[in-house]
Design a protein around this ligand. Structure first.
Ligand SMILES: [Zn+2]
Length: 392
């Protein structure tokens, strides 16, 4: 394959983010604004005695508020390192978690078996929220047809919503999520932004079936969960000295947990979007975001990352198999897939969403979201970093 036609990419001097990333700018030292977002997040979620105290205080509160319940918190589990390790931590802290997994029909065997192994060994009850397959199929196809880069966004929305839903039903006030920006990074919003209004508007325009049972997350839902049910979303790994490699090794040794390759390959559809659709259709290589986060956090060597990025995420055979599997399962003909693949790329901002609210009423929306998220969501940090640089 010739690289002669590839445009020259300007790469950040600190991480491996380059000019293929939407919204990227560089300072006089050649350091990108995503590094700045990372530093902001580091400050907002400190990994020191302040962060540890913050976590301890939450644990005390969770125990106190949930003492009359069978469970005092919900922990979302995907079968990956972060969520399985969080289950272990919750138990270590003396919490009584209910593990919740979303089944959208795409979970890999390894992910399902990891969840079973960990919950069994830790004596944690597991609830699986199964989405209606025809509905989620129709919604995912509508995102593909809408040419939105992160076509798996509806799953992310459904996961959050399912966790709140089960928490509300069980009168549980706390939802714990095992996300870790230090090893995942902040994805540009042009790739991954999603909310309940976006899911609704895209599905209405491109879907064929009515949305009846899909657990969407609208402002009204958030108001209900935050205001009426008093549910809070907590991300403990943001504040703890957490080493993913060590956590992985620990899970393997303790529970026979298995690593499933690259990040987020717990779902076959997620893997397809990451390794085929994003890099090929949108020239969006999410490895750059992940590797960059890990370089900034000292978990990955920059030079080695630059070399690894030269390799395609999949072999030709794996790529062909992934396309075949996904199109068959989604019920798409070869022509339909071709037309999705060749359609003009769009962003989530080409469709109605709540994003204009964040854009124009950021501080008010942030206050409102505090009901559910006691911390500031990364989209706000991104906006701040970008507006400081652009003087919007
Ligand atoms: Zn950078």
């Amino acid at each position: 394959m010739s690289t002669a036609l590839k445009p020259e990419l300007n790469v950040c001097t600190r991480c491996v983010m380059d000019t293929s990333i939407p919204g990227i700018t560089f300072d006089e030292k050649g350091v990108c604004n995503y590094c700045e977002i990372h530093d902001r997040l580091e400050k907002h979620f400190p990994q020191n005695e302040v962060g540890e105290k913050y976590c301890r205080d939450w644990v005390t509160r969770i125990k106190k508020d949930g003492q009359k319940n069978e469970y005092d918190c919900v922990v979302g589990v995907s079968g990956g390192t972060d969520s399985c390790y969080l289950l272990y931590l919750a138990k270590e802290w003396g919490l009584r978690p209910l593990a919740v997994n979303l089944d959208n029909g795409w979970n890999s065997q390894i992910a399902v078996s990891n969840i079973k192994k960990c919950t069994r060994a830790l004596g944690i009850d597991l609830r699986t929220y199964v989405i209606n397959w025809e509905e989620i199929r129709d919604i995912l196809v509508s995102f593909l047809k809408a040419s939105i880069p992160w076509a798996d966004a509806p799953t992310d929305t459904a996961i959050t919503s399912a966790l709140y839903k089960i928490a509300a039903e069980e009168n549980i006030r706390y939802v714990l999520i095992g996300a870790d920006f230090r090893t995942e990074g902040k994805q540009p919003s042009e790739w991954t932004y999603c909310d309940g209004r976006l899911v609704k508007s895209v599905h209405k325009r491109f879907g064929k079936l009515p949305m009846k049972t899909f657990p969407n997350l609208t402002i009204m839902n958030l108001l209900y969960y935050g205001f009426i049910k008093g549910i809070k979303n907590i991300r403990p790994l943001y504040y703890l000295t957490y080493n993913k490699q060590e956590a992985r090794k620990f899970l393997e040794d303790q529970y026979g947990w298995e690593y499933y390759g690259g990040h987020h390959y717990e779902s076959i559809f997620t893997s397809f979007v990451l390794t085929v659709l994003l890099p090929e259709k949108f020239h969006a290589d999410k490895r750059k975001v992940t590797y960059s986060a890990q370089i900034r956090s000292g978990f990955r060597d920059r030079q080695k990352a630059l070399e690894d990025l030269q390799k395609p995420p999949l072999s030709a055979k794996e790529r062909e198999e992934a396309i075949k599997y996904v199109t068959k399962k989604l019920g798409l003909s070869a022509e339909e897939f071709e037309s999705i693949y060749n359609a003009q790329p769009k962003t989530p901002f080409d469709y109605p969403s709540y994003y204009p609210l964040i854009k124009h009423f950021g501080p008010i929306v942030r206050l409102f979201l505090k009901l559910v998220f006691p911390w500031t969501p990364t989209t706000f940090h991104e906006r701040e970093a970008r507006s400081d640089n652009n003087n919007e």
